[in-house]
Write a protein that binds this ligand. Structure first.
Ligand code: ZN
Length: 140
């Protein structure tokens, strides 16, 4: 039988071992730092924007498997999205990981993190990259 949970875990392990877009963006238009004191996760999110569209996204940092995998998946997902789309995705992602929403429509691979809703302490790990993104979008 197709085991969704195992597949989800494999995607998270893969993104933790081989994080995508895990580097500094020297010519980033927006940068923000995020810290999750509960777990010790630290991330910096870099964005390149052109006419309101995220043309490149990257991150650097150290953290647990969930926080790194989430940042990796997030940066992959954001490229080509507008700033307002990115904010809307964050809202849906937050609803997904807090268990407010089951479906996760339009979240693609990000749904692999839905399992954290059963572990409240892990919700902050999964959300850190997104809160940092939100700060980066607000800042200059
Ligand atoms: Zn963590």
């Amino acid at each position: 039988m197709f085991d969704l949970k195992t597949l989800y875990q494999e995607v998270i392990i893969d993104h933790n071992r081989h994080p995508r877009n895990c580097h500094r963006l020297a010519d980033a238009d927006r940068v923000a730092d995020g810290f999750n004191p509960l777990c010790g996760d630290r991330l910096t999110v870099y964005l390149k924007l052109q006419d309101g569209v995220i043309t490149d996204a990257a991150f650097e940092g150290e953290g647990c498997a969930i926080s790194v995998a989430s940042a990796s998946l997030m940066t992959e997902h954001l490229k080509g999205k507008t700033e307002s789309e990115a904010r809307a995705i964050f809202d849906r992602f937050r609803a997904l990981v807090t268990g407010e929403e089951e479906a996760g429509a339009g979240l693609d691979k990000l749904v692999v993190l839905a399992g954290v809703k059963e572990f409240p302490a892990r919700v902050k790990c999964a959300s850190l990259a997104w809160h940092t993104l939100s700060a980066a979008l607000k800042g200059r």
